[in-house]
Design a protein around this ligand. Structure first.
Ligand code: SF4
Ligand code: SF4
Length: 342
């Protein structure tokens, strides 16, 4: 598998990294199988987080015996020095190791004041001093925060969404990382599940020379798919580019990335799926969504109490209730077309 130098960390890692969100959905045995297969296929970079329920534990169980052959990055959402130290100690226990390679602040917003001795940044520095992490890093979903973080040169890597439907200015963040020798790590290469074909995304992102891309994986066949793409790398030809152009057209404007930071919703609306319903209606067979189960879930949108929680927590500054309302209108139209009545 192709390797890449991860900015000033000087770590040499596989350019395809293993994203640890989706294995939460699997049983322990299934997850360990998928993670181990990734290792056997050449993945050397594993990204997880305290927030991802049992993802750390599953990776720890699958890879503790090859710890010195892999790079582990985890994240903390703590906002204080003590919180970061408590989190990293728990992460190390879960991952069955005495240190991680990269400790990231998870979607830090705003980015911390480096002069505050009790901040989460101070916690990262202390964790590094204690040998609990080799490098310190930050993940951002917000463009302005990402630029600020890279320019500050306080962190060794930046994790930021990079996908074929990113805007030009978002893609330029990778170049900014290069100029500051900050390792560039791409999340949401498939736009949070909105892109359902890996080859064009892989070819597009591989053009960004300094980018490591995390792929969220929860099936062995996906490991095989990325291993094949790595071994026989596709060129971004006209055919692949036209697929990307179609996605850009379909997903133009504000769209939900499915990250789930807006949850929980007091009205129990499954926001990540419901807000992306227009896209899913285009891409999925009717039988998957036009049914009683999804009708009941979409109807919850009528119960929105406009509490504002989703908008306050959306890193993409989306007007989530508006997106949901539009999604509900489209859903009902399709439902009536398929079933004859609502
Ligand atoms: S504003 Fe509506 S959709 Fe958003 S969290 Fe509140 S109840 Fe849920
Ligand atoms: S509305 Fe925003 S926070 Fe919620 S899932 Fe979509 S992108 Fe993420």
């Amino acid at each position: 598998m192709e390797k890449i130098r991860l900015g000033r960390t000087n770590l040499m890692v596989s350019r395809s990294g293993f994203g640890g969100i989706p294995i939460q959905r699997l049983s322990s045995a299934e997850a360990e199988k998928v993670v181990r297969k990734a290792y056997d296929s050449g993945f050397t970079y594993y990204d997880t987080a305290r927030l991802y329920t049992d993802s750390e534990e599953k990776i720890g169980r699958a890879l503790h015996d090859v710890r010195d052959k892999i790079i582990i990055a985890t994240k903390t959402t703590a906002t204080t020095k003590d919180g970061v130290l408590a989190d990293i100690r728990q992460s190390l226990k879960n991952l069955q190791t005495d240190h991680v390679d990269i400790l990231q602040l998870h979607n830090a917003n705003p980015i911390p004041d480096p002069n505050d001795p009790e901040s989460n940044y101070a916690g990262q520095i202390e964790a590094q001093r204690l040998g609990l992490t080799r490098f310190i890093s930050i993940t951002c979903h917000n463009y302005d925060n990402a630029v600020k973080a890279v320019k500050s040169e306080l962190w060794d890597t930046l994790q930021f969404p990079f996908s074929p439907i990113s805007t030009e200015r978002e893609l330029a963040v990778a170049q900014l990382c290069k100029e500051h020798d900050v390792g560039a790590i791409g999340m949401k290469g498939l736009a949070g599940g909105l892109i359902n074909h890996a080859e064009p995304a892989f070819a597009f992102l591989r053009q960004i020379g300094n980018l490591l891309t995390l792929w969220g994986i929860d099936h062995e066949w996906q490991v095989d798919e990325f291993a094949v793409l790595e071994n026989k790398q596709p060129k971004l030809d006209d055919q692949l580019m036209s697929m990307i152009e179609k996605w850009r057209k379909d997903l133009a404007g504000d769209f939900c990335r499915g990250c789930g930071y807006c949850l929980p919703c007091p009205a129990n609306i499954p926001i990540p799926m419901a807000a992306r319903m227009p896209h899913h209606l285009r891409e999925s067979p009717d039988s998957r969504l036009i049914n009683e189960e999804w009708k009941a879930k979409m109807d919850l949108i009528d119960d929105c109490i406009n509490c504002g929680h989703c908008m306050e927590h959306c890193p993409y500054e989306l007007n989530t209730p508006e997106l949901l309302k539009k999604a509900l209108v489209l859903y009902r139209e399709r439902y009536i077309k398929v079933k004859g009545k609502y």
